[in-house]
Every structure is written in structure tokens, then in C-alpha cells.
Design a binder for this molecule. Structure first.
Ligand code: DQQ
Length: 540
């Protein structure tokens, strides 16, 4: 369907056709990154869930492989649901996943690669002991899913955790095992937060407080904090918190109880990011995060175009040493291999109320770095007169101090566009570390009527020695925007009707009434990445 093909992306992972949701079991094995994903082989809507499978040398170019796991046993006949990979010290790979049984009960199962010497891990064998876990007493039969990667404690026992709820309290259960056959349930939850509802796709991993490299999942010690992430079924939001893991009783305590899981930080402040999962990349010694980006057009539009949803560009995740209170997410460095020509703009002055075109040629596949400085006239002390604008009702709002930023996927008439911008509060300019709003306004992103169009807001700490900065990856209908080195991220899915292919442009804007903004940018054109079936014929 040519009418809708421009919405396909050029360097984001998406299946050739049909429905995809959660990323599953990412791992690196014998030279290949493996990504599995919740996949409906028959339609562009959720159902008949299997594990799709793709491999990549660099996390950017992908080759589709045959389905890895399909519903073919009573313990997963209604769906092979989400799960995670564990690499054991002896080189074995254990894939834990949730099966929806013939009775629609959620149980945990294990699968192994049939042949570990196969770099592509094409064939999988389901464990004869399946299901290895069924819902324990007190846990709903449909509230027991998405096992994590296992980690090993000093007692040589492996642990896994998985999400559930009791009444409205979201929680994560912990099981211990020595052999991945016999499991014991802990009395303690890893953690529980009242009012957060069912926790899906729990992710639990250590981060180094030096913030430099990623840590394998079993690492613990004085220089380590632990991240606990839950995908909240009630609100469809991925929330995380940073805290301390106590291996003695397998409990986790947040550093800041006011920023606990489900009530504090989000991995992404756009409206479509969900069911994310990390893995430890043992080759590059980094922790890499995948996230599912769902569609926000209509189901009938998805059926018409024949596919639905994407994965984000894989992001490295480290602890933010500077704030000590959040993660930093950043596109994996391999994305830079897609860079073609670049353009630089130094100190572009944006007067109050101005829009400035950036003449860069095609503007649908970009890697944009933008920095903004505020020019205050001598008489213009920033007082206490409450100039806080936040993200307002969108980028058209005006105040003394903004908003200002960039317009991506815009047409010449500026009738279709997506502003990515900062909303200052008056304290940002004088304070040491204050909170600024980082925003994406999708209200004018598409002329199509049946598309969700909202203003998304995040709060980002900005230190006095920092400029306001953003990095934006633009890919036709997908916009990933990182602020202040990845302290906050907003992923947008847009459905332009006019700002497509050669008609898409890039602009700067300043809607402040009182201040000039000086913008400096470096912009790369990005190549397309091949994402296609594995060329079995040629390799034989
Ligand atoms: N998706 C899977 C479940 C998981 C949910 C089913 C989250 O395992 O809880 O497709 O999107």
C-alpha cells in the first residue's frame, strides 16, 4: 500500500509485516546479537503470539530468522509470551518465558537452543519439565508473568523475579533455584508498591555508580546500585527507580521513596514506549535497552498498512553520576555508522517569535545535535516573577522565556510539524541545578484525523555549567529525542501526510517574547540500515 509506506522507518527494527510487541530475550552469542519479539505471524493486531527472531552484527542492521518459539504445547498453546535469556557460566543459554496455557493460566516455561554451536540459534527445545512454575497461592492465575534474566547470589543459587499484583499493589516475586528445575519461592517480594497495579516485564539489573560501563546481571557490591523497572499494565508506562539490592533476603529498597517504581521516573516520556528490556552485552561491556513503540493510529489503519509497531534504537544505559538520581540513555554508538554528510550551524540567533529554516536537504533520516544558549540583555535580570512555562499547551504558547527548540518532520507551510523544545522556569538561568521542561508537541504532527496527538512533557535537571542540549534521531515517522545527554527521553510516533520524503524540512523556532536564543547544531544525514530476511540461499 503505497499510501502508507512512508510511515515505515529506515533504520528502526520492525518486522516485514504484521504485529510486534515486547522485545524478548536479547542476548549476544557467537558474533550475533539476537532479538526475539512478541509477534503475530497472521495479522497486524495482537494475537497468536509467537517469538519472532532476528539477528544483527551491530544492533542496527538486522536479518529476520524463522520463528523461534511457537504455541505448540498445552503450557503455551494460547501464546508464547514475554521472557528473558540467561547465559550460564558454562556457556549454556536458558530462555525463560511465560506461557498462556490451554486453560488461560499464566505459567513459566524454559526453552534451550537445540544446538549451541549454531551462531544463529535457529532451533529451540522446550524443557520436558515445563511448566517449571505455576501461580503460587494468593496470586491470580492471570497475574503471573514475564520472568527476568536470572542472577546468581553468593550462595550459588540463581534468582529470577517476575511481576504480579495483589489487589492494587504491584509487586515482583523472587524464586531461587540451583538447577532451573526445582524452584523455591521467597517469602519476601523483591519490592511492592501500593496503587501501581499489575507489573509486567519487570527488569532488574545493577549499574555502576561510576557510570562508565555496564554490569553483568549478577554483579553486586559497594560500587553498585540496582535499577528496578516495571511496565504498569494499568497505565501502559515503563517506570524505573534506582536503589539498593540486599542479596541476604532478595529485597530492593529505592534510594528515594518519593520516586519509587511506578510513581517516579519513566524510561521514556512519550506515550508509546512500553515493555522494555535490557541485556548485558559481554562484548562491549555495556547494558543495552530495547523498548517497544506501539502505534497510535487506528487498528483499521494498521490492518490497512499491514504492520504495527517498532523497537527503539537500542540504547546504552548508565547511572547519571552528576545527578546521582537517574539513568542516562543514549543510542548505541553503532548508529553513528549510518552517518553520511553533515552540516554545522554555529550561533544561529533566534529572535523572539522567529522561525528559521535549516537548509540541509532531505530531512527524514537525521541525527541532530542541538545546543541552546539564552541571551539576556544587561537590564534583564531574571527575577522571581514566575516565568515558568513548562511545556504549556504546546509549542505555540508564548512567555517571556520560551518555548524554543526545533521543528522536525515539518512541511514548508508549517502546517504539519513536530516541535521538540525546552520550557524554562525562571530559576533555570540563575540556579545551579534546576529543573527544566523538555517537551514534544505532537498536536500538529499529522493532518490525519484518527491519530493520537498530545503534548508530552518531562522534567530534566540542568546544571549551571551545562547548555541546554538535545539529540534527536529522526526516521520518517519515528522521533527519538534525548535531553541533557540522555537524562530524559521522549519517543514520538508521527503520521505525517505532507511532510514526507523530499517535502520534510527542519526549522529552529523561538516563541519567547523577551529573549534571544543562540542555537548551535550539528546534523548528519543518516543512511538506511538493511533490515531484511536472512540470506540463507547465498550462505549455503
Ligand atoms: N505482553 C506480553 C505479556 C506481557 C505484555 C503478551 C506486555 O507477557 O505482560 O504479549 O506488553
Amino acid at each position: 500500500n503505497a499510501m502508507l509506506s512512508w510511515q515505515r522507518t529506515a533504520f528502526h527494527f520492525q518486522p516485514e509485516k504484521n504485529w510486534m510487541n515486547d522485545p524478548n530475550g536479547p542476548l549476544f552469542h557467537k558474533g550475533w546479537y539476537h532479538l526475539f519479539y512478541q509477534y503475530n505471524p497472521d495479522s497486524a493486531v495482537w494475537g497468536n503470539i509467537t517469538w519472532g527472531h532476528a539477528v544483527s552484527r551491530d544492533l542496527v542492521h538486522w536479518l529476520y530468522l524463522p520463528l523461534a518459539l511457537v504455541p505448540d504445547n498445552w503450557f503455551d498453546i494460547n501464546g508464547v509470551w514475554s521472557g528473558s535469556a540467561t547465559l550460564l557460566p558454562d556457556g549454556k543459554i536458558i530462555m525463560l518465558y511465560t506461557g498462556d496455557t490451554d486453560q488461560f493460566v499464566q505459567v513459566q516455561n524454559i526453552a534451550y537452543p537445540a544446538n549451541l554451536s549454531d551462531p544463529l540459534l535457529l532451533d529451540w527445545v522446550k524443557d520436558p519439565n515445563n511448566p517449571i512454575l505455576v501461580p503460587p497461592p494468593g496470586i491470580g492465575l492471570k497475574d503471573f508473568r514475564d520472568p527476568t534474566t536470572a542472577w546468581v547470589g553468593p550462595d550459588k543459587k540463581w534468582r529470577i523475579t517476575l511481576g504480579s499484583k495483589v489487589n492494587k499493589t504491584g509487586l515482583s516475586l523472587v524464586y531461587k533455584t540451583k538447577d532451573f528445575i526445582h524452584f523455591e519461592l521467597n517469602d519476601n517480594f523483591l519490592h511492592a508498591v501500593p496503587g501501581t497495579g499489575m507489573w509486567e516485564c519487570v527488569d532488574f539489573y545493577p549499574v555502576s555508580i561510576n557510570g562508565l560501563e555496564g554490569l553483568d546481571t549478577s554483579v553486586n557490591g559497594p560500587f553498585v546500585k540496582h535499577v528496578l523497572k516495571a511496565s504498569l499494565d494499568d497505565t501502559k508506562v515503563d517506570h524505573y527507580a534506582i536503589g539498593t539490592y540486599f542479596v541476604e533476603n532478595d529485597t530492593w529498597v529505592p534510594d528515594n521513596p518519593n520516586e519509587d517504581v511506578g510513581i517516579g521516573l519513566r524510561l521514556d516520556y512519550g506515550g508509546r514506549y512500553y515493555a522494555s528490556k535490557t541485556f548485558y552485552d559481554q562484548v562491549s561491556q555495556r547494558r543495552v535497552l530495547f523498548g517497544w513503540i506501539k502505534e497510535t493510529d487506528t487498528e483499521s489503519a494498521d490492518l490497512k498498512k499491514g504492520w504495527a509497531s517498532l523497537q527503539t534504537i537500542p540504547r546504552t544505559v548508565v547511572f547519571d553520576k552528576k545527578t546521582g538520581a537517574n539513568l542516562l540513555q543514549w543510542p548505541v554508538k553503532e548508529v553513528e555508522s549510518l552517518r553520511l554528510s553533515s552540516a554545522e550551524f554555529e550561533g544561529v540567533v533566534l529572535k523572539p517569535g522567529s522561525v528559521v529554516p535549516l537548509d540541509i536537504g532531505p530531512a527524514t533520516q537525521l541525527d541532530i545535535f542541538a545546543e541552546f544558549e539564552i541571551e539576556l540583555s544587561a537590564s534583564q535580570g531574571i527575577g522571581n516573577e514566575g516565568n515558568s512555562v513548562g511545556c504549556g499547551g504546546g509549542a505555540v504558547d508564548r512567555s517571556a522565556l520560551g518555548p524554543f527548540g526545533i521543528l522536525v518532520i515539518a512541511n514548508d507551510q508549517l502546517s504539519e510539524l513536530t516541535p521538540i523544545y525546552f520550557g524554562l522556569s525562571n530559576t533555570t538561568i540563575s540556579g545551579t541545578s534546576t529543573t527544566t521542561s523538555f517537551c514534544v508537541d505532537e498536536t500538529r504532527s499529522s493532518k490525519a484525523p484518527d491519530v493520537s496527538k498530545q503534548v508530552y512533557e518531562s522534567k530534566v535537571p540542568v546544571f549551571s555549567d551545562e547548555k541546554l542540549s538535545t539529540r534527536v534521531l529522526v526516521d520518517h515517522s519515528m522521533i527519538e529525542s534525548f535531553a541533557q545527554g540522555g537524562r530524559t527521553v521522549i519517543t514520538s510516533r508521527v503520521y505525517p501526510t505532507e511532510a514526507i520524503y523530499g517535502a520534510a524540512r527542519l526549522f529552529l523556532f523561538n516563541n519567547a517574547t523577551d529573549i534571544n536564543i543562540k542555537a548551535s547544531l550539528k546534523i548528519w544525514q543518516l543512511n538506511s540500515a538493511f533490515i531484511r530476511p536472512f540470506p540463507f540461499d547465498q550462505s549455503q
